[in-house]
Design a protein around this ligand. Structure first.
Ligand SMILES: O=C(O)CCC(=O)C(=O)O
Ligand SMILES: [Fe+2]
Length: 393
């Protein structure tokens, strides 16, 4: 998978989706006088949105050295990227006897040809999505210092993330802040809050939707889907609330670095600010936002389990110089003991457990600076171009 070497740190609780990071602010802060150019840019942003200044993470202060050593010209902004509409599937047809089979075929085709599709009449009430968005905006509007306090939303662990602490170049940096929430913690609240209640409501609706979709995709492989369903319970899944702050150096920094998702399936709810791009036929294309729809994408585990029929496609988010952008992602993950193996022969990938996969991804990100992903788990004996190690040993 041709990742552009994101060098990022994964903690054990953040295995799904893109690699991104917790940063101990004190460890990375540059002496302020040194980053004058960065400060100027930061100041211009501050002038434009004075109310948000203390809520935005201190990207320039923390990543000053990357800005100082950046190349003279910008990079990815120059690429002309075509806009597209993802295949759209109306799930209401599943309850119509005559149309259900065609609807299922469209889902299977989209997962094989695109790895991405959008759905309407998906059964997640708009009211729940709207309430979560309101809570998400409210949470991110808090001062940075407060967000960085892990107790803020009362979730277990360090759910607040931003930037990419081990980035060694601007193209490895994500101009993003997020709450990465293990749903095992959300279902056992130590405290109650409106935000937690909405998350609870949304995640149970998401879980039902994901079960339906995974059942259809499994059926497309001639399986009844019970294996995935039994191993991907709501409490092994993750919810992530993303915010992409306006970025004064948008041509040089991604909103979210290119990645594939480390899960079976992702359900994504984005706002109306364009930014998501995916790789198709070797080229990046921009996904046109379509309010009212949810985006579904196949993750690495489904690619392996389907023996490559369903595609875990590389995607990224472009930063925006003027607009902030919000999205919510629900990552369908199994328990760490779950074995991933295709029943097709010959199998492209060897059998592995989700825990093993996640650990390998974490190790690669730490040691190599990027996720190698499924190519590590090819069944055929081959030398890995990244490490020159032989797989399997
Ligand atoms: O924000 C988006 O549109 C995409 C987010 C994403 O790819 C992820 O969280 O894995
Ligand atoms: Fe993703």
């Amino acid at each position: 998978i041709p990742l552009p070497l994101p060098q990022l740190l994964w903690s054990s609780s953040m295995s799904e989706g893109p690699p991104f990071c917790e940063l101990k602010e004190a460890e990375r802060m540059e002496p302020l006088g040194i980053v004058s150019e960065a400060q100027e840019l930061s100041q211009s942003l501050a002038d434009r949105s004075a109310t948000m200044i203390d809520s935005n993470p201190p990207f320039f202060a923390a990543y000053g050295s990357l800005f100082r050593s950046r190349p003279a010209a910008g990079n990815h902004e120059a690429e002309a990227v075509e806009e597209c509409d993802l295949p759209i599937v109306d799930l209401s047809r599943l309850s119509d006897e005559l149309q259900a089979e065609q609807c299922k075929r469209e889902i299977v085709t989209a997962a094989s040809a695109w790895g991405f599709f959008q759905i309407v009449n998906h059964g997640i009430p708009n009211g729940v999505l709207d309430r979560l968005r309101a809570e998400q905006v409210r949470a991110f509007r808090q001062p940075f210092k407060k967000k960085a306090d892990e107790k803020f939303l009362g979730f277990l662990g360090d759910s607040y993330r931003w930037g990419a602490p081990t980035a060694t170049s601007l193209k490895q940096l994500s101009w993003l802040e997020a709450y990465h929430i293990p749903l095992s913690s959300a279902t056992h609240p130590a405290t109650t809050s409106t935000c937690r209640c909405v998350i609870e409501e949304l995640s149970s609706a998401m879980s039902r939707l994901a079960d339906r979709l995974m059942g259809i995709l499994a059926e497309g492989l001639g399986s009844d889907g019970s294996y995935i369903k039994d191993n991907c319970k709501r409490n092994t899944c993750y919810l992530r609330l993303n915010r992409y702050p306006p970025c004064p150096v948008a041509g040089e920094v991604f909103g979210l670095v290119p990645h594939t998702d480390t899960d079976f399936l992702t359900v994504l709810c984005q706002d109306d600010v364009i930014g998501l791009q995916l790789k198709k036929g070797g080229r990046w294309i921009a996904v046109r936002p379509n309010p009212g729809t949810l985006i579904i994408n196949v993750g690495d585990l489904f690619q392996a389990w389907s023996n490559g029929l369903y595609k875990s496609v590389e995607h990224r988010v472009m930063s925006n110089p003027h607009l902030e952008r919000f999205s919510v992602a629900y990552f369908v993950c199994p328990s760490k003991e779950t074995l991933i193996e295709s029943s097709a022969r010959p199998a492209i990938y060897r059998k592995f457990s989700f825990g093993e996969y996640r650990q390998q991804v974490q190790q690669d990100v730490t040691l190599l600076g990027y996720k190698v992903g499924l190519t590590r788990f090819l069944a055929s004996c081959r030398r890995n171009k990244h490490t020159n190690a032989q797989f399997p040993p």
